[in-house]
Structure formats: structure tokens, C-alpha cells
Ligand binder design. Sequence first.
Ligand SMILES: NC(=O)c1ccc[n+]([C@@H]2O[C@H](COP(=O)([O-])OP(=O)(O)OC[C@H]3O[C@@H](n4cnc5c(N)ncnc54)[C@H](O)[C@@H]3O)[C@@H](O)[C@H]2O)c1
Length: 247
Amino acid sequence: MLIDGKKALVTGGSRGIGSGIVKTFLRNGASVYYISRKPGDYLEEYKKIAAENGVEVIYKEGNVADEETITATVNEILEESGGIDILVNNAGIAKDGLVMRMSAEDWQDVININLTSAFYISKVVSRSMIKRRTGAIINVTSIVGLVGNAGQSNYAASKAGMIGFTKSLAREIAGRNVRVNAVAPGYIQTEMTDKLSDDQQEGLKAQIPMGRVGEPEDVANVIMFLASDLAGYVTGQVIRISGGMGM
Ligand SMILES: NC(=O)c1ccc[n+]([C@@H]2O[C@H](COP(=O)([O-])OP(=O)(O)OC[C@H]3O[C@@H](n4cnc5c(N)ncnc54)[C@H](O)[C@@H]3O)[C@@H](O)[C@H]2O)c1
């Protein structure tokens, strides 16, 4: 159990990559708070895994892009838990379109939910981690943030922004023993990618040297490594989890 006895906060934990992170953390001995718009279909399964491993899972409803309410919710979690050891900024959306046709609203929604939310939440959590002189923050960016993608300028900008945010925050708080890293998944099978057309899915698969689409657990395992003491000397890094896509 790599993260035994730790307390984690995961955003977007109701499904997809987030559900892989919640399950992996619970199986490895951490108690998990997760925030998403809805509890999702897995809460009962999470509770079962938590009970089997002697830990807890707690759901908090929230919109990560709303500064006032998300700050209040995160403060409540810090108080209830007595301190968070691991923060994963995972919640995210895509609203794709070519730049020439994209509305300002679609641009801003994606920036707010994917990037600004990580600032709101990290601001509160990092302050508490600094006081306790321990903590690991992991931000979920994307290969698209590294290489760009036609039709995803808002998404790519949010994910590239998250990389700059990760490295800057890492530099700000490294001296207080709080580490900040990012993971950049490639093409992972989730509800988000299920929405892509068959042609888009085939086009993406063709770009994966390992020849298979990733599973949420592929991402969760690397996040767990970064959250654990095994990565105790790793900060400010971006790890691609992509079967070689975008290497
Ligand atoms: N699936 C992929 O191939 C892939 C690749 C690279 C990066 N990512 C990133 O991984 C993360 C998870 O993606 P996924 O594929 O699991 O997506 P998903 O759509 O299956 O899940 C997204 C999660 O974010 C939550 N969420 C969305 N907006 C929210 C808001 N305003 N407030 C609170 N919660 C909110 C949803 O409730 C859900 O739990 C995202 O940041 C995404 O950009 C995904």
C-alpha cells in the first residue's frame, strides 16, 4: 500500500479517469474525498472498496469553476479531514470547435473549468500543505496541451496553461516539502472520449505506438506513484501516459 493512511482530494471523481483514481487510492490505503457535479454511478462500489480496505470515501457536490462555493467546500473538507495529503486536479471538460467558429462562451467555460479551477483549489489546499510541511499535488493535463489539436484550441490552451501553473506552483512551494506534478494522458477510454466520432477515434488510435487505448487505471497508477513517497524527490514534472503518443 503505497499511500497507506493518507487523505486525498480528487476533483471529477464521479466517472472516467477520476473513478480510476478514486478506486486506486482506496485500494492503496488512502481515504478519499471527491468533488464533482453529481455523485455518479460508482459511489456504492467506492464504499465497498473503502470498507474492504479500512478507509473512507466521501462525496461532496460542487462546481470547481465557482470560486466562492468551491473555496467553501474545500475549506470544509480541510476542516473535516484534519488536512489533505494528496490533491488531484482532474475535473475537466471539452467543448470542441474550430477557432473561427468558437463562441467566447465555449472558450471561457473550458478555461474556467479545466484551468482556473486548479488555481482556486490549489490556493486553499497548498496553504494548508505548506503549514503541515507535506503534500503532493497532481494536475491532470493532456498530450493535447503539449502538441495542440485542430478543433481543440480552448482545451489545448487550458491544458498548456496547467503545465505552466504546475511548474510555477512547484517552484513556489518546493522548499516547504510540497511537490507539484502533472500527468499528460493521451487517449483514454472514458465518457469524454466516447463522444468522439468513429473516424476521430480511429484517427487517434493510429497515433498510439503501443496500439491500444489507455484505461483510467493506466493514468491512476502513475498518479499514485507521484502521490507516494516513491516520488519524494520529483517535482515540477509532466509525465506522459499515452502508450507513446506525443512522445
Ligand atoms: N479521456 C481522455 O482521453 C483524456 C486525455 C487527456 C486528458 N484527460 C483529462 O482527464 C480529466 C478527466 O477526463 P475524463 O476523460 O475522465 O472525463 P469525464 O467527462 O469522463 O469526467 C470528467 C469529470 O469531471 C467532472 N466535472 C466536469 N466539470 C465539472 C465542474 N464544473 N465541477 C466539478 N466537476 C466537474 C465530471 O463530473 C466528471 O466527474 C480531464 O481533465 C480531461 O481533460 C482526458
